[in-house]
Design a protein around this ligand. Structure first.
Ligand code: BTN
Length: 252
């Protein structure tokens, strides 16, 4: 790995249980923010909603530990910021004609067509000194993929005919994240991140279905609000703000 942007550091493991778990554990032991943790494979990779994330050799599994990166009420913008960084990092390594198929599914999955190739999981805890330790976990299927992830079909980058190594991708990602974090942290400047996110979004302006814990809502995916929540226009003309849930194009 070439030189990293200041003040970031990198620690790597051949095998670990979970890079997210490691990040939060070392934060409790006094580690400072800005540490990237990278593993060749994970034995207990964590996915959203307590699911397991399959994390085999040849794929990227990494977490960035941040300490109080922003006020707690805007930390929810970080997964969207991260998705744009991963999107850019992958696009830098594949030819332009392949890039159009790579889209961000709200809020932070990356899909190749209909198939998931990247998942992002933020986990956080408050330390005894009051700071919030945040693990930004990123899993990208570079060379292998499970059958399904999160109820979606999965894919890997190699299937497109382009081999992207986890090392190459991580290096790009570290720089992309550093650039975005420095902009965002100047007064929690989310506008630029949101515009970037919208330019890579899947389903914007289209009819989408949101599966929420207690109901299913359908409407047009109209916008993101200033916190990154999805604004949906319902059939009766009202808007509905979706803060959490799974959003699909019909038929997926
Ligand atoms: C999802 O379910 O979509 C999120 C998956 C996040 C997986 C990554 S791999 C690196 C980091 N460490 C973990 O244990 N999980 C995240």
């Amino acid at each position: 790995m070439n030189k990293l942007p200041e003040p970031y550091r990198l620690i790597s493991f051949d095998t670990i249980d979970s890079t997210n778990k490691y990040a939060l554990d070392v934060a409790k032991q006094g580690e400072e923010g800005g540490l990237w943790i990278w593993a060749g494979e994970q034995t207990a990779g964590r996915g959203r909603r307590g699911r397991q994330w399959s994390s085999e050799k040849g794929n990227l599994a990494a977490s960035l530990l941040l300490l109080s990166p922003a006020p707690p009420n805007v930390v929810g913008q970080l997964p969207l910021l991260t998705a744009t960084a991963v999107h850019r990092a992958i696009c830098d390594l594949i030819p332009p004609h392949m890039q159009a198929a790579l889209r961000i599914k709200w809020p932070n999955d990356l899909l190749w067509g209909d198939q998931k190739i990247c998942g992002i999981l933020l986990e956080s805890t408050f330390l005894v000194d009051g700071r919030q330790a945040v693990a930004v976990g990123i899993g990208v299927n570079c060379r292998t993929h499970p059958d399904k992830t999160d109820g979606l079909k999965a894919a890997d980058i190699a299937q497109t005919g382009y081999d992207v190594s986890p090392e190459q991708l991580l290096e790009r990602l570290i720089w992309q994240m550093a650039d975005r974090l420095s902009v965002w942290q100047q007064g929690s400047n989310f506008a630029a991140i949101r515009d970037d996110w919208l330019s890579c979004a899947r389903g914007l302006g289209q009819h989408v279905v949101a599966r929420l814990p207690n109901e299913t809502v359908e409407g047009t995916f109209e916008m993101l609000d200033e916190d990154g929540a999805l604004i949906m226009r319902l059939a009766d003309g009202q808007t509905r703000t979706i803060y959490a849930g799974d959003v699909f194009l019909p038929g997926m």
